[in-house]
Design a protein around this ligand. Structure first.
Ligand code: UT7
Length: 325
């Protein structure tokens, strides 16, 4: 059986027009710019317009990624879309995107691993591509967390933003290898024992409502640093690569202090860390492809660079991935 490796062929992203600053938030809840910047690094975030949904943002990002890859929607075999804030309970947001971009073949489905969703979706798409079951695949992360925030809870409403990002993967012949372009390795984990630290208190089966995000921030923080460091160590160990081989670190953008803490622990230089948390806030499953798009478009991440990804989200879910761009 021919083996393939998943090569990043294109990337695209979308942010809603409306920008909410820390000062805007200070007019809504008992908070201030200084607290938000010092504790999180966030300066502003984008918020979807009324009526603007996760699928609409995903479609913008998907079209930009297709254009960047020079791929037609009709060439796609697969869409895996990561979201915890779908337009509807069903059908999947992925099939809405499939329809809107004009992809009338293959298959599309959603993945819910909250803030780790993009990594999960990437690993799933990769496994279809390496077996030759999908020659061209799209991975999307898209969220409207603004719809599940309690806008009176200062401990959570200052942290999140809306947006979408997408990548196109193309199967190139040859097994994944260290020197070749493509996804080299992924490592996913979850542990359902800590549900009460990060969850949404609503859902179709339990409450028939959408609910609001609830988070014990400082406890999640501690788990994030430990679990993410473990996942990174595992991908390096499994591949035999060293920290010194890594060109860029593209983490899930939850908190500047988490990014810096992990980078420091690993021995990565500050300027190897792609951080968009100041301008985007935490966009959950969208944060990694949004950050990747920024760093590719501004010329920092180039073809053949080795990139390390990581994320942790509700569940807990977490993981890391290594790819040569
Ligand atoms: O993406 C999914 C994974 N999520 C994460 O990784 C998030 C991880 N957690 C965090 O990023 C941080 O824990 C937060 C940014 C959420 C909070 O920072 P912290 O340094 O852990 O603060 P804290 O929760 O311990 O709160 C410290 C104080 C409290 O006051 P007291 O009890 O010390 O008097 C809070 O009530 O800060 C207060 N506080 C605020 N003050 C002003 C909490 N939120 C705010 C606020 N403005 N928005």
């Amino acid at each position: 059986m021919t083996r393939f490796r998943s090569v990043f062929a294109g990337v695209g992203s979308y942010l809603p027009k409306k920008v909410l600053s820390n000062d805007d938030l200070a007019n809504m809840v008992d908070t201030n710019d200084e607290w938000i910047r010092q504790r999180t690094g966030i300066k502003r975030r984008h918020i979807a317009a009324s009526g603007e949904t996760t699928s609409m943002m995903a479609v913008h990002a998907a079209k930009r990624a297709l254009k960047d890859a020079n791929v037609e929607a009709g060439e796609l075999d697969l869409i895996v879309l990561a979201t915890a804030t779908p337009d509807l309970t069903f059908p999947a947001t992925a099939t809405m995107v499939q329809r809107e971009i004009g992809m009338y073949r293959g298959f599309a489905f959603d993945v819910n691993a909250v803030c780790s969703g993009f990594l999960y979706a990437l690993a799933i798409a990769d496994s279809f591509v390496v077996r030759g079951q999908a020659r061209t695949a799209m991975v999307v992360g898209a969220e409207t967390f603004s719809r599940i925030l309690d806008w009176e809870d200062r401990t959570t409403c200052v942290l999140f933003g809306d947006g979408a990002g997408a990548v196109v993967l193309r199967g190139e012949p040859g097994a994944p290898g260290m020197g070749d372009r493509g996804i080299i390795h992924t490592h996913l984990r979850s542990d359902g024992r800590h549900e009460e630290l990060l969850y949404v208190d609503g859902g179709p089966s339990k409450t028939k409502t959408v609910g609001h995000l609830q988070m014990s921030g400082n406890k999640v923080f501690r788990h994030a640093v430990t679990n993410i460091s473990g996942a990174i160590a595992r991908v390096l160990d499994d591949t035999g690569l060293n920290v010194s081989d890594i060109d860029w670190f593209v983490p899930h953008q939850a908190n500047e202090r988490i990014l810096e803490g992990i980078a420091k622990k690993m021995g990565l230089a500050r300027d190897q860390v792609i951080s968009t948390v100041a301008d985007h806030g935490n966009t959950s499953a969208a944060s990694i492809p949004l950050a990747l798009d920024v760093a590719i478009k501004d010329g920092r991440i180039k073809k053949n660079d080795l990139v390390l990804f990581e994320a942790l989200g509700g569940g807990f879910t977490w993981g890391a991935a290594l790819a040569r761009m």
